[in-house]
Design a protein around this ligand. Structure first.
Ligand SMILES: [Zn+2]
Length: 154
């Protein structure tokens, strides 16, 4: 059974919306509070469901800022208008990522406690392998008709 939230939430200005299709009920997923400097400062609360899928909707690719730091293995997607941290996406052949349900105001996760996690000290290989086991498929849909840009293709 799939749990569909269409859309699940949006950034503060509503320019970015995210659809979630989950393989399990929200309360069965772990909400994580990454303790890296970027996520901690923003109070990020992220989820992933490797057997589910997320679709990030916007007018076009310019609606999202792609920010990289640290090991530079993922793009942190931030709304270009209101600054909401939306998702982190790793540039695999099929993009995978985590969704910031805190920033997007997804009500189904509001009451769930977030587990602090700290991935400081991981090697690049460890990090990519961990994400491939845990991060979820991410798609992009642009209402302008623009083609989704290859994630991290710079
Ligand atoms: Zn916004």
């Amino acid at each position: 059974m799939a749990y569909e939230f269409l859309p699940a939430g949006s950034c503060h200005c509503a320019a970015i919306q995210v659809d979630l299709v989950l393989s399990t009920a929200p309360e069965e997923l772990r909400v994580r509070a990454c303790q890296c400097g970027f996520c901690w400062r923003r109070g990020a609360r992220t989820i992933s469901d490797p057997d589910g899928a997320a679709t990030i909707r916007a007018v076009g690719p310019e609606a999202l800022i792609r920010y990289r730091f640290g090991l530079r293995t993922a793009d942190y997607l931030v709304c270009a208008n209101c600054g909401t941290y939306v998702a982190a996406v790793q540039p695999d052949e099929l993009p995978i990522g985590v969704i910031n349900v805190g920033g997007l105001g997804v009500p189904e996760f509001d009451e769930l406690a977030a587990e602090p996690v700290d991935y400081n000290g991981e090697t690049v290989a460890d990090r990519l392998a961990r994400r491939r086991g845990y991060w979820m498929p991410i798609g992009f849909a642009y209402s302008s008709g623009a083609q989704p840009a290859p994630v991290g293709g710079r």
